[in-house]
Design a protein around this ligand. Structure first.
Ligand code: CTP
Length: 409
């Protein structure tokens, strides 16, 4: 970590839990994406992963206590100079120390001196996560602006399963990078809201091995689900086909294959929901019939595939919605001889009747399968604003800002 180094400076705190090994994956992803990472483990963390591993992966020295390199005053400097402090895993003990301002090692000192965003990713057994002491500590930290991620549910150490698994390293890195570009991106302003997000592309089968699909990666919908969870919402993610993506920890994940399955899942989840966001690329058409067996080559020309319309889920949601439910649609537009991207989008907003429309310009090298996205946000009240090019999580944050403003208006 030198003063002339322009890379974002991340302090990676590592707590003493078995998930400490996953901190190595977080570290590798951060360094590979151009971050200068200083690892500050607790003494207990080094019983799970050796200092040499953290030093080799980060290229920086690793200490646990405040009496190493004393002339450099590391217990103050490391926190002061950080652009982000990320704690992976945050044990129940570390959360308690952070909530109460204890400072008995280098990491807890760093947490007290840091003035940058702090992201803590808990991992512990379900009983510890649910204990009133931990609940109170998490609430205190969140009130102070610390982003404490929701743990995932699943296999824990030993034979146990339940809530308490560390969120996926890819997800944690994504959230960390979001906070580096927008430190205020994850306020707890969606607490109490029930949110449904659809994501990915539907697949309409022709036979048991073939389908009509589209190029949607699902990344934007997953980013919406992930950021809504961290803003405090209760989230159901209805996911059609996606590229390989980390499941957003803390969201309920419902899988759907075809447009019909997605339609059913979204309608079910939308009952009583405050916000529904249709980010999925739903096939407008499906084959009229689905062959029970694989369609074989024959000597003659193949029959053309007859298609029929799928229902428009977004339009159905608008028609069926309860008072106060906010509905957000997506539009992927290219512009043509009859109008540009925005003209088409304005017409789509009127046609679909939703409250907000997120507009992406698509085409060669834009939006689909890309890491970054740009576009516009059109509101039924006539307001329009551009969304600058940024990560899909950043765009998700802008969308939630608009949704929260729409609800409060
Ligand atoms: N959508 C939907 N059900 C469909 C098709 C689309 O709910 N059968 C939703 C998408 O999730 C998205 C929005 O409608 O939120 C816009 O989809 P798009 O395909 O871009 O618009 P279309 O209405 O199909 O218009 P066009 O094909 O003319 O661009």
């Amino acid at each position: 970590m030198t003063e002339t180094d322009s890379r974002p400076r991340v302090v990676l705190g590592v707590g003493g839990g078995i998930a400490a090994y996953k901190a190595c994956e977080v570290l590798r992803r951060l360094t590979e994406s151009g971050h200068d990472v200083r690892v500050v483990p607790t003494e207990a963390a080094l019983r799970f992963v050796g200092a040499a591993t953290f030093e080799a992966l980060s290229g920086n020295p690793v200490h646990t206590e405040v009496f190493a390199d004393v002339p450099e005053v590391p217990h103050v400097r490391i926190g002061q100079h950080a652009d982000l402090v990320l704690v992976v895993p945050a044990t129940a003990d570390l959360l308690a120390k952070a909530a109460h301002g204890l400072a008995d090692d280098l990491l807890t000192n760093t947490l007290l001196t840091a003035r940058c965003p702090v992201l803590m990713a808990p991992a512990m057994h379900t009983e510890m996560w649910e204990h009133p002491a931990t609940r109170a500590n998490v609430a205190t930290l969140r009130e102070r602006g610390v982003v404490v991620t929701e743990p995932a549910s699943g296999r824990l150490t030993g034979v146990d399963t339940g809530k308490g698994r560390l969120a996926d390293p890819a997800e944690l890195v994504d959230l960390a990078r979001l906070l580096l570009v927008r430190p205020d991106a994850l306020p707890r302003d969606m607490a109490g809201l029930r949110v449904v997000v659809s994501a990915g592309g539907t697949r309409e089968p022709l036979d048991p091995v073939r389908y009509l699909g589209n190029r949607s990666s699902g990344k934007q919908g997953y980013a919406l689900a992930r950021t809504a969870v961290q803003r405090g919402a209760q989230v159901t993610l209805v996911s059609a086909h996606t590229v390989s993506l980390a499941e957003p920890a803390g969201a309920e994940l419902v899988r759907a294959g075809t447009a019909e399955e997605l339609r059913e899942a979204v309608h079910k989840a939308a009952e009583g929901a405050d916000v529904v966001v249709m980010a999925a690329a739903v096939a407008d058409f499906r084959p009229v019939s689905r062959a029970a067996h694989k369609i074989k080559k024959t000597g003659r020309d193949p029959d053309p595939v007859a298609l029929t319309r799928n229902p428009d889920v977004l339009a159905e949601l608008v028609a069926a919605r309860a008072a106060g439910q906010v509905i957000v649609g997506f539009a992927a537009e290219t512009g043509d001889s009859t109008g540009d991207v925005l003209e088409h989008a304005r017409a789509k907003l009127r046609r679909k009747g939703c409250d907000l429309l997120v507009v992406n310009a698509v085409g060669e090298g834009k939006a689909f399968e890309m890491e970054d996205n740009a576009g516009w946000l059109l509101s039924a009240d006539g307001s329009e604003r551009a969304i600058a090019l940024g990560s899909k999580s950043r765009m998700a944050s802008d969308i939630w800002d608009a949704v929260v403003a729409f609800i409060e208006a």
